[in-house]
Write a new protein. Sequence first.
Length: 74
Amino acid sequence: MYLSKLVRIGNSTGLVIPKDCLRKMQLRAGGYLYLIDTQDGYYLAPYNHALEAQLGLADYVAREARVILRALED
């Protein structure tokens, strides 16, 4: 587990990620991360074309099949 610091960057806030974590996620400065909302908090994942396609499909299903999904809730 790593402790990261939040820093002020103009009107925004940035997250300082240790070098070891960046290396493990194969990221560098200027790269992109997904911040995925979960029941237990947020999940950080490096940008990935396959994940982008899966998230796009999930978004499509959620929008287009919302009537079916609502019926399944009951």
